[in-house]
Design a binder for this molecule. Structure first.
Ligand SMILES: [Zn+2]
Length: 380
């Protein structure tokens, strides 16, 4: 649990950097990329607004606020296929948009722009984008003893427990984390740091150090001398009711680090969205706005819950309908021009539309490729 006021004072803040790279590549012949603000006639031109942040040279300036999808380096490339049709196009129509954009779901401020060259002598632009990260629910932190964990609650300061001196903690850790992991070092760090902070002495507790100042006996004595219990525990009061808490609580300074796993990098949700070309099933992964898989075990949960009809909805991400010949059981053909459905194999027109997943239709096609005759009998 984190103290909300501590967070607002700047506790646990960090900067997240992402770098973007754009290279002005040279291709076979005289073809090459061009880093500039694209012309309207370029293939895949976005909107005028998308290029508004770019300077004259097609590269964004420092300290500009950017959002997902914003162009940071304008770039046009030659078309991949240069056939007879394309050769009749004008110089600009023959190019496509390949600008560098801010990643989906991210935003920030352009921190640094570097214009340089690659080993091959190509123009190279490197851009760093910075985002300030304030601790939020689910962000991961750790002490130096491997006691890692995520923020589960952010508590308003007035609701936090406090000591007789009015000290309010920044972090509250569940003590069940201690016995199983046996991180006694963290308890010693807290005790020694408390002595250090209250007495005003530096203590060196590095390994193999036999310094008398960090022995159990002298730590206990020092705590006693400044009016604490010798085990460094204190009485605390409930911040909501003001009642004294029954147990004594160990409190003291402890060094914490923020870990790279942050909710802001992982948060994802999707309704319908992009699908893969081959299977027509939702894409995988957050970067591609992927779907969230409802797997076998989740399926079992729904069945056990008596909500099996919901599966028909959840497992229909690639639902598809094909005409099937009732004679031979193969996929038939629908002629949209004549408005007719017929079987190309037996020329009959006894056709039934069958709903199936596209992945299954794909399997039927693959079986046919291998010389296996998959027959659908729609009457059953
Ligand atoms: Zn047929």
């Amino acid at each position: 649990m984190f103290n909300k006021a501590s967070i607002e004072r700047g506790f646990g803040r960090s900067y997240f950097f992402r770098s973007y790279v754009a290279e002005e590549k040279k291709y076979w012949g005289i073809e090459k990329d061009e880093i500039k603000i694209p012309d309207k006639s370029v293939n895949g031109y976005k909107t005028e607004e998308s290029y508004a942040n770019l300077a004259q040279d097609g590269v964004i300036n420092r300290e500009v606020e950017v959002q997902a999808g914003d162009v940071i380096v304008g770039k046009v490339s030659p078309l991949r296929f240069f056939g007879p049709v394309e050769s009749f196009m004008s110089e600009t129509e023959n190019r496509r948009e390949t600008s560098e954009m801010i990643r989906y779901g991210e935003e920030g401020i352009v921190d640094n722009v570097i214009v340089t060259e690659t080993i091959n002598g190509n123009k190279l632009i490197k851009i760093n984008v910075r985002t300030e990260r304030v601790p939020e629910l689910g962000d991961k932190f750790t002490s130096r003893h491997g006691q890692k964990g995520v923020i589960s609650l952010i508590v308003p300061e007035e609701d936090m427990p406090f000591t007789e001196d009015g000290i309010i903690p920044d972090i509250i850790v569940n003590p069940h984390a201690i016995p199983s992991r046996m991180t006694i070092g963290q308890l010693l760090e807290i005790i020694a740091a408390k002595v250090s902070a209250m007495v005003g002495v530096r203590l060196d507790a590095s390994a193999f150090n036999s310094d008398e100042a960090v022995s159990e006996e002298s730590l206990r004595k020092a705590l006693k001398s400044i009016g604490f219990r010798d085990d460094a525990k204190e009485a605390m009061y409930n911040g909501v009711t003001g009642e004294k808490l029954e147990g004594r609580i160990l409190m003291g300074p402890c060094y914490y680090q923020k870990l790279h796993h942050m909710v802001a990098n992982k948060i994802q949700a999707r309704a319908r969205g992009p699908v893969t070309l081959l299977t027509k099933q939702p894409t995988a992964g957050r970067a591609k706005q992927g779907g969230l898989r409802l797997g076998e075990m989740e399926k079992d949960c729904l069945i056990a819950h008596g909500a099996s009809l919901l599966l028909k909805e959840r497992f229909g991400s690639d639902r598809y309908s094909i005409p099937v010949c009732r004679q031979c059981g193969l996929a038939a053909v629908e002629d949209h021009v004549k408005g007719k459905k017929y079987c190309p194999v037996c020329k009959k027109s006894k056709i039934t539309d069958v709903e199936m997943s596209y992945a299954f239709k794909l399997m039927l096609d693959e079986l046919k490729c291998m010389g296996i005759y998959p027959r659908i009998n729609p009457d059953e």
